[in-house]
Write a protein of this length. Structure first.
Length: 176
């Protein structure tokens, strides 16, 4: 009888969407304020919530993780270097991909205090996209250790989540 080692990672994507023409919600999000705190103050500007699961880890991201675990030289996926990328491609995920595939894409740095990690066998990245940022169809998502496709991307998920418009702030959390 043979035994097989398997790693199962539960992935969750959450987008809180707000009407925010003055940028007040964007400011609070970037400061790392909790979603509960933001909703308490700005529930009247809340547009909606999107939640979706599953994703594909990319080979370049897996190799970066093992390099970091083994003490090699690699850019860490920490607050200074991590970015959440969003794009408009609908091309299916594939482990050999090396970034976002859309013609419109935007990489946004972490909110204060993110990523969180070290408990509950997970890490959570969060970025707040303000009223002038990433105003296009949000169809693909990634966590990267830099602000472009040239960085190492941990994962890629394709799921149509609507079109972000000017004057809206969307707060995206990715849990791996």
């Amino acid at each position: 009888m043979s035994e097989v080692d398997k790693v199962k990672i539960k992935t969750k994507f959450t987008i809180h969407k707000f009407f925010d023409p003055e940028g007040e919600i964007e400011k609070l999000g970037r400061e790392g304020k909790s979603i509960e705190e933001i909703l308490k103050k700005f529930r009247h500007r809340f547009i909606g919530l999107s939640e979706f699961e599953k994703n594909v880890f990319l080979n370049e991201g897996i190799n970066a993780i093992w390099t970091l675990v083994c003490g090699g030289t690699e850019t860490p996926f920490n607050n200074t270097n991590s970015y959440i990328g969003v794009g408009n491609s609908t091309t299916a995920e594939n482990p050999t991909q090396t970034g976002l595939l859309g013609t419109s894409k935007y990489y946004k740095g972490m909110d204060a205090g993110y990523p969180t990690f070290g408990t509950d066998q997970k890490a959570v990245w969060r970025a707040t996209f303000g009223g002038t940022e990433a105003n296009f169809a949000w169809n693909e998502f990634t966590v990267a250790n830099g602000n472009s496709d040239a960085a190492k991307n941990l994962n890629r998920k394709v799921s149509p989540q609507g079109t972000k418009q000017s004057g809206q702030t969307w707060i995206l959390s990715i849990t791996l």
